[in-house]
Design a protein around this ligand. Sequence first.
Ligand SMILES: NC(=O)C1=CN([C@@H]2O[C@H](COP(=O)(O)OP(=O)(O)OC[C@H]3O[C@@H](n4cnc5c(N)ncnc54)[C@H](OP(=O)(O)O)[C@@H]3O)[C@@H](O)[C@H]2O)C=CC1
Ligand SMILES: O=C1CO[C@H](CO)[C@@H](O)[C@@H]1O
Length: 403
Amino acid sequence: MVKICILGGGFIGRFYAESLIGRRGKDPVKVIYARREETAKRFSSDYKVAHYTTDMEAAISHPETDMVVIALPNYVHEEAVMLCVKHKKPVLCTKPLGRNAEEALRMTLACEKAGIFAGYLEDLCYTPKFLKSVKSVESGAIGRVLWAKSRETHPGPHSDWFWDLEKAGGGAIVDLGCHCIEIARNFIGKDVLPVEVMCWADTQVKPIEAEDHAIGLVKYENGAIGQFEVSWTFRGGMDLRDEVMGTEGTIWINSFLRTGFEMFSSGEGTDYVAEKAETAAGWLFPVGDEAHELGYPNMFIDMFDAFENGAQPRETFYDGYVVNAIIDAAYKSAKTKLWEPVELPVWRGKRGLTKPSVYTEYDKDHWFIKEEILPNKDKKIIIKHKTTGEVIEKRIIGKNTTG
Ligand SMILES: NC(=O)C1=CN([C@@H]2O[C@H](COP(=O)(O)OP(=O)(O)OC[C@H]3O[C@@H](n4cnc5c(N)ncnc54)[C@H](OP(=O)(O)O)[C@@H]3O)[C@@H](O)[C@H]2O)C=CC1
Ligand SMILES: O=C1CO[C@H](CO)[C@@H](O)[C@@H]1O
């Protein structure tokens, strides 16, 4: 049993509490901290939490706190992590780890130096569909990953501080792109170096300084490409989709808006449909078990199991730092309109990877390019001469051809 202290009793703090204690979990939430007493008190009463406080350090150092879960706005993450370091308390921090890589690296190294367990709460890398997909990729079911695209778009966040450039550290890229980037890293291989980023970002709709819409490409050292599409201006709910293209196959995941559960309502009797749903009338796309579909229970199981076994969780502070470094390059690129290098003063993965050749030999003189059966049942084989480079096609007349 691990006794938990949650810092932050807002949107994600409540999701975490539901995931931790809503399933007869063995790890009780014992302490809740929020900025305002009314939030902390309400949280403690809703989730039967023994101790509530508006003093963050008191919550962290509380004798009933074995593990701290940070569910605070981005600009308070570093302060909270450093207090955990000071009091030598194991810590789990929500996404993004930092507002930038500098903050994230400081947090990562401080926890490592203090020897405290530190997990990165990247829930979307724990959804049931995602975990199964990653297993398939790791088993080679889709071959070498060439492209991993992840999209998260919705009509915009639910609290004031997200919309403040300084407090959040950016807009849709740092808020939503952090998920997409880590999803792509998992598919491409976390030990593959992200080399450079090209990003378009703009403030198309909202009266804010940060970007409300962006698209980015992340080039990896082995030739794979990651792509993120993020927006706070999308209408119609929360769209979470991933696509992975490999040399031997493809994966498409739809995690939220269209999960196979569709419902029509005149609006009578419906209130909450799903996170960021914009309407409770008409055709609706509810989500059966939101916490589970978003990965929270699997994420906490991995975190607590790793902690108890003295192992590393699937998602660590170091991963959070790499994600922040990619985001920093994306912001630079959006300004310069150039490919910008990913600055990683600490990199623990592989170096010197090259794009592997996957050419298939057709015969001793030719490389195989493509084979296709045409509507008239003919088969075409397209090949390239190894030395002259000439591309030719061979046609094998189909058996059932009439003309
Ligand atoms: N999928 C995911 O993993 C998600 C992760 N997040 C992340 O969780 C973190 C918190 O987001 P979220 O819960 O949505 O935010 P909310 O605004 O809903 O809640 C923030 C909580 O932090 C408390 N707080 C403490 N200090 C401050 C401060 N200086 N300014 C503002 N609030 C403070 C607030 O207290 P009080 O209520 O008393 O003001 C509140 O309880 C962010 O880093 C966000 O990116 C958010 C949503 C989903
Ligand atoms: O995925 C998410 C849903 O939206 C929230 C608000 O923009 C994000 O913070 C969160 O990470």
